[in-house]
Design a binder for this molecule. Structure first.
Ligand SMILES: [Zn+2]
Length: 428
């Protein structure tokens, strides 16, 4: 592993914290943990790309229980901010992520290399000031963690969620540079660049493990999303987007879709055309494939597309799946396309970050079940209106509240339901 300075640059830029200790007796957690069928120990690993069969040989049934609601996306327009955003995606940025990821060795789910790679991704997300969590899963005798970073949308009337995802595990025979270091690098670069902006809708940056054993991480993620009635409008899954041998290979990307997700293929195709001068990649709609983490989103009734290299990697699942055998310029083009798609569809906005708000001011001792008020204040360099976000430390938050004028004291209140010590954080 490379010891980089990132660990030191822990980002406290947007966050300040206070603490509260809440007294009283424990209320048992009402959440029932989902357990999965452990019957299928032998599963044929998913193979990305065109499928000979049209279904995963052994699969779990997921019944869609929730209807996704969304407004038709605005027609794609060239946005200066998005051009500025994607112009920052280059070979150097991706190389840094790829070197760090491959330095752990093969990231086989359940090994310490995979665990450490997960911690690396987690810390990078935290350093960006994003809300980050591990999601643990168990299945088929395997266990692992997904990592999810969330950027809450500023439009509180929207419950739309947009996801960019990739898998950070690899097979034992491979350093997993292209499969799927390339996708993870795209997710991490997108998080880094988008976190300096705001979006109207909520965006989640997700990396899964357990993909190579049978899409276990993403299966668990989808199950939980359904349980929570998450209104996931679109999922952009990147798995193997960095291999090209000829200039022709490097000019195309394949997109796999199911019938309901066709609009999303059309949308990203539009993006590639409108932003052609800045991306330089042509979309080849390629039909159906079960071979990666988008699959269970489809099963659940969510819309998802799968970005995949035009020329299938010659070194797939071998020791030759290295950075040296990748075309980083091609990886950058695909990453730009995915990032531009995500930024347009989640409605990136330009508001520059206001100054750091003061520590939340209010009670530091209380009783559970009672409501407490906290105040904070900050200013904006451009005197723009300001949105605030309180994290109550108990897994809940205020969402973005506002807008407020610069320099005006803002109040928010919360009830804790269990005794404990909570860190209250606010960002603006
Ligand atoms: Zn893969």
């Amino acid at each position: 592993m490379r010891k980089k300075i990132y660990a030191v640059l822990f980002c406290i830029t947007f966050l300040t914290a206070s603490f509260i200790t809440v007294q009283g007796s424990d209320i048992p957690n009402p959440n029932i943990k989902q357990h999965f069928d452990l019957l299928y120990k032998q599963i044929i690993g998913p193979i990305p790309g065109e499928m000979k069969n049209d279904e995963l040989p052994i699969r779990y049934e997921i019944t869609p229980s929730f209807e996704v609601y969304y407004n038709e996306p605005e027609p794609v327009t060239l946005d200066d901010n998005i051009i500025a955003l994607i112009n920052q995606v280059d070979e150097e940025l991706l190389l840094n992520y790829l070197e760090n990821l491959t330095a752990f060795g093969p990231r086989v789910t359940g090994t310490s290399a995979c665990e450490e790679a997960g911690e690396y991704i987690y810390n990078e997300f935290v350093n960006l000031g994003l809300e980050v969590r591990y999601q643990e899963w168990e299945n088929g005798g395997f266990s692992g963690k997904n990592i999810e970073a969330t950027m809450h949308g500023v439009d509180n009337s929207s419950n739309e969620i947009y996801i960019i995802c990739a898998h950070y595990d690899s097979v034992s025979t491979s350093p997993g540079a292209d499969d799927d270091g390339s996708g993870v690098a795209a997710v991490m670069a997108s998080a880094k660049l988008m976190s300096t902006f705001l979006t109207y809708h909520t965006v989640r940056f997700v990396t899964f493990s357990g993909e190579e054993q049978g899409l276990y991480g993403s299966l668990h993620y989808v199950e939980e999303a359904l349980e929570n009635n998450d209104n996931i409008v679109a999922v952009l899954n990147a798995d193997m987007i960095g291999f090209a041998e000829t200039p022709e290979d490097a000019s195309y990307v394949k997109i796999f879709e199911d019938e309901e997700s066709e609009w999303l293929t059309n949308y990203t195709e539009d993006i590639s055309q409108q932003y052609n001068d800045f991306i330089g990649i042509e979309v080849i709609p390629s039909g159906y494939s079960w071979g990666s983490d988008h699959y269970y989103f489809w099963q659940a009734g969510y819309n998802a597309i799968f970005y995949f290299e035009y020329n299938y990697n010659d070194y797939y699942h071998t020791s030759g799946d290295t950075i040296e055998h990748m075309d980083l310029n091609y990886a950058a083009k695909n990453s730009k396309l995915i990032l531009a798609t995500l930024a347009e569809i989640s409605e990136l906005t330009t508001q520059q970050s206001p100054n750091k708000p003061v520590k939340p001011n209010g009670e530091i001792n209380g009783k559970y079940g009672e409501e407490y008020k906290y105040t904070t204040i900050t200013t904006d360099p451009q005197n723009d209106e300001i949105f605030y976000f309180f994290d109550w430390g108990d897994g809940t938050d205020s969402g973005w509240v506002g807008p407020f004028d610069s320099g005006v004291t803002v109040e928010a209140s919360h009830k804790w339901t269990e005794k404990g010590s909570y860190s209250i954080r606010v960002k603006a």
